[in-house]
Design a protein around this ligand. Structure first.
Ligand code: KIV
Ligand code: NA
Length: 265
């Protein structure tokens, strides 16, 4: 299978082939997901929650994102690796955003960066794209702004908010993004945006009308405890599988059946 690039996403949109994306933050998990045949792995700043156990994505640093992305890139032979730019790494100025996007590409080998926001970051996005770095936008529920919004509810519910989201999507499209993540917005709005932009749309909690879908791997594979929003489907129960494996290990050690003579030197 040919290596997926940011450009491939546009070709897939044109061909009507759904884009599959899942997060990963480490070498071992990324290797499993890439080998399974995914189109893209997102090194999400959700690593802040999933890996570090924080309440939100705001604390994770650029250095930490680079550490995760390097590990993921080392495992990926086929899929496109997209690395989230963490909170604070592109909001201060256009120059700082460009410098940090270039750092991510140089130090990790990722194929694109992802940034949250619309019109307010469009100039920065354009500068990064012009520097040669593909950008994925992210609209709707943008977790880096959690303190501003005060919750993780559905976004763009009313007409004014929906209109604003369309304007943001068009601004990102004009700035040259390769794709736009649409998180937790009404399905009809996501479908409408998908038809209006050149970029590929990748939805999470945004219905079936987007060009692709993304899920956090720990949620999709049943490893996250107590997180079951309506949009989430659990495609496997890896958490249960791991629990049973750990319990079996404990049992075998306690009853002295592990290691056996055959497992000793
Ligand atoms: O960080 C992340 O996992 C994300 C996805 C939910 C789109 O941004
Ligand atoms: Na993210």
């Amino acid at each position: 299978k040919k290596k997926v690039t940011a450009k491939t996403l546009l070709q897939m949109k044109a061909a009507g082939e759904k884009i599959t994306q899942m997060t990963a933050y480490d070498f071992t998990t990324a290797g499993i997901i890439d080998t399974a045949g995914i189109d893209s792995i997102l090194v999400g700043d959700s690593a802040s929650n999933v890996v570090a156990g924080n309440q939100d994505t705001t604390p994770i640093t650029l250095e930490e994102m680079i550490y995760h992305a390097r590990a993921v890139v080392r495992a990926c032979r086929h899929c496109l690796v997209v690395c989230d730019m963490p909170f604070g790494s592109y909001q201060v100025s256009r120059e700082e955003g460009i410098r940090n996007a270039i750092r991510i590409i140089k130090e990790t080998g990722a194929g694109a960066v992802k940034m949250e926001g619309g019109k307010e970051i469009a100039e920065t996005v354009k500068g990064i794209v012009d520097s040669g770095v593909p950008v994925v936008g992210h609209l709707g529920l943008t977790p880096q702004s959690i303190h501003k919004f005060g919750g993780y509810g559905l976004r763009a519910k009313d007409d004014a908010e929906a209109e604003r989201l369309i304007e943001d999507a068009l601004a990102l499209d004009a700035a040259g993004v390769s794709a736009i993540t649409l998180e937790k917005v009404p399905a009809a709005l996501a479908t409408k945006v998908t038809s209006m932009v050149k970029a590929a749309t990748i939805g999470i909690g945004a219905g079936s009308g987007t060009d692709g879908q993304v899920l956090v791997y720990a949620d999709a594979l049943g490893m996250t405890q107590g997180f079951k929003p309506k949009f989430l489907r659990q495609f496997a129960n890896v958490g249960k599988c791991m629990t049973e494996g750990v319990q079996e290990y404990i049992k075998c050690v306690k009853e002295k059946s592990f290691p056996s003579d055959a497992e000793a030197y």
